[in-house]
Design a protein around this ligand. Structure first.
Ligand code: OAD
Length: 247
């Protein structure tokens, strides 16, 4: 029996499935992964240097333009067969979808996302009073720098409602993700798709799932920090492999 057939049978027999998605889930929609080299305007920047409170303090105009560029990329992207496969799977088995991604491709494929652990490109708030702010008009063309709007309530700046390095995860998102994994039992399945498994606490979820006796399956073309935790490793891409796992 091939590994993907084995996983499809395990998914069919599972009482519940939890999915942990990373940036590789969006790669085949044309959205660069977090650690892909940047191109064009952003070639000289590293995501890890821009997605930080320090970058926001020092150069909010650059960080703001970068997020609007990323939001524009996602708006131009389409969900792929892997996104649609997870939406289809959720119609067959109780499925909780936890993502580290800030895009909305799962939702646009018809999935309900249990938790966006690192926030969303399409949510904005004041960096001082945290009041929600409206989604700004996206840019027709990428620009290297653009002043962020001011908060209407005071002297704060409107920032993306995403988690930057060193910031805490949204409490509700982490609670929902932890509860989803805590409900796993032997015979259940966790699919870990397109993540390097380098960032905690998200990377702790597959370890916790394995402790609950669930079968942990990695879907990734490359070896990662998750590979040693996984019971089954499917070396391939999300768009190729996820449709094969739907009973
Ligand atoms: P990474 O860029 O670290 O890893 C992407 C993973 O996707 C890699 O393991 C690739 O091998 C894999 N991959 C690439 N193409 C794929 C495909 N077509 N199908 C399946 N897998 C593919 O992105 P993440 O692991 O998501 O956090 O990064 C986790 C977090 O690190 C991000 O959410 C971000 C960053 O710090 C914050 O911004 C707080």
């Amino acid at each position: 029996m091939t590994a993907d057939n084995e996983v499809r049978e395990r998914v069919a027999a599972a009482a519940r499935v939890v999915v942990l998605a990373g940036a590789g889930m969006s790669a085949e929609s044309g959205v660069p992964t977090f650690r892909d080299a940047h191109t064009g305007l952003w070639e000289r920047f590293r995501a890890e240097d821009l997605a930080t409170p320090e970058a926001w303090q020092q150069q909010p105009d650059v960080v703001w333009a970068w997020y609007l560029w990323r939001a524009g990329l996602v708006r131009a992207a389409q969900p792929h067969a892997g996104h649609r496969a997870l939406a289809s799977l959720a119609r067959r088995v109780p499925l909780q979808l936890v993502t580290q991604n800030v895009d909305d491709l799962h939702e646009r494929a018809g999935s309900t996302v249990t938790a966006h652990l690192h926030g969303s490109l399409f949510a904005f708030r004041c960096d001082t009073c945290s009041a929600p702010a409206p989604v700004p008009a996206l840019l027709p063309e990428p620009v290297a720098s653009l002043p962020p709007p001011r908060c209407p309530r005071g002297d704060g700046l409107v920032r993306p409602d995403v988690v930057w390095f060193g910031e805490a995860l949204p409490h509700e998102a982490w609670r929902a993700s932890s509860d989803a994994v805590a409900a796993l039992r032997p015979g259940d399945v966790m699919l870990v798709v397109g993540t390097s498994g380098l960032v905690v606490p998200a990377a702790d979820l597959p370890v916790a799932a394995r402790r609950r006796g669930a079968t942990v399956v990695e879907v990734n073309p490359h070896e990662t920090a998750v590979s040693d935790v996984a019971d089954v490793v499917l070396r391939g891409t999300a768009a190729e492999l996820l449709p094969l796992l739907v009973p």
